[in-house]
Every structure is written in C-alpha cells, then in structure tokens.
Design a protein around this ligand. Structure first.
Ligand code: COA
Length: 136
C-alpha cells in the first residue's frame, strides 16, 4: 500500500487483556502502539515534547490474535518545520506457524513543542528541562 518497511520501533506480545468481545485484538490497542512507535521514531530526531497532531490514515487489513508477536516499523514520510510525518507498519507473527502478516499501517503526524508548548523547529537543540517528564 505504498508503505516501505522501516526500522523496528516497537515489539510487543498481545495478551488476553487486549482482546475485544470477539476474541481478536481491539483496534484501539494497536492504535496506541502505533502512537508510541511514532513517538519512539521522532524522539531520535530531537529531545523535545512531541505530540500527535494528526493520524492521516489508519487501515486494518488483517486481524491480530492473542499471543502473537507484533512488530511496528517506522520511517519518516515527510518533514515540515516543527512536524514529522511517520509511516508506521504493523506486522503480526502468527502464533502457531510463525508466518509474518502485515496487519495494519498508518501515517502519524507528530509536532515538536518547547517547554511552553509552542511548536518549534524539530531539529532545534534539546528543549527538555532537567526535571521535565519526571512527574515532579
Ligand atoms: C500541535 C499543536 C501544538 C499545533 O498548534 P498550532 O497552533 O496549530 O501550531 P502551528 O500552527 O505552529 O503548527 C505546528 C505544526 O503543526 C501542523 N498542524 C497544526 N494543525 C494541524 C492539523 N490539524 N493537521 C495537520 N497538521 C497540523 C502545522 O502544519 C505545523 O507543521 P510545520 O511546523 O511542520 O509546518 C496543537 O494543535 C496542539 O497542542 N494539539 C494537541 C496535541 C496533543 O495534545 N496531542 C496528544 C493527543 S491528546
């Protein structure tokens, strides 16, 4: 679907708590992993607060089941001043066969913010304060 595989950002094992009432993994769980994978990707591009501003497209093409190993790969699709669009591909390794299946893909737009939550060039020097993010 026009997606080129990128670097592995995240690998997770699906658990019984992740399923919906019909026994497959709830789409919202996968969406949360996609959001995290996009963050893992942009974090390497600048030490800032990063927020998700838009999910351009998310497509679920095959189900994910409990006990499968899910791999999320990311690559930069486009950059702006403060924003980076990240393509995220999601593959599931089928539990009994080991077959790897592309289950989902999405494009997530992330924006770099400074400590005052203003959008800043993402390539700026680090803007995190020493105590930021520690719940202090
Ligand atoms: C992201 C946010 C700071 C942008 O604020 P803003 O006043 O529009 O800032 P700017 O106009 O400077 O835009 C910043 C960047 O966001 C992009 N952007 C803003 N709104 C957008 C939208 N609706 N769709 C796509 N991109 C958008 C702009 O194109 C710009 O990109 P660029 O710098 O690469 O050109 C603001 O919308 C926000 O705080 N949103 C909530 C984010 C959040 O909390 N996400 C977590 C989910 S709860």
């Amino acid at each position: 679907m026009g997606h080129v595989d990128g670097e592995i950002a995240l690998r997770v094992m699906t658990m019984p708590r992740d399923t919906n009432h019909s026994g497959t993994v709830f789409g919202g769980v996968i969406m949360s992993y996609i959001d995290q994978a996009a963050y893992v990707h942009v974090r390497t591009l600048g030490l800032h607060r990063w927020v998700t501003v838009m999910v351009e497209k998310i497509e679920f093409v095959a189900p994910v089941h409990v006990g499968e190993l899910v791999t999320l790969r990311t690559r930069t699709a486009a950059t702006g001043r403060s924003s980076v669009s990240v393509q995220v591909s999601v593959d599931a390794e089928r539990y009994s066969t080991g077959e790897v299946v592309r289950v989902t893909h999405a494009t997530v737009k992330m924006v770099a913010l400074d400590s005052d939550r203003r959008a800043i060039p993402f390539a700026s020097p680090a803007t995190l304060r020493p105590d930021e993010g520690l719940g202090l």
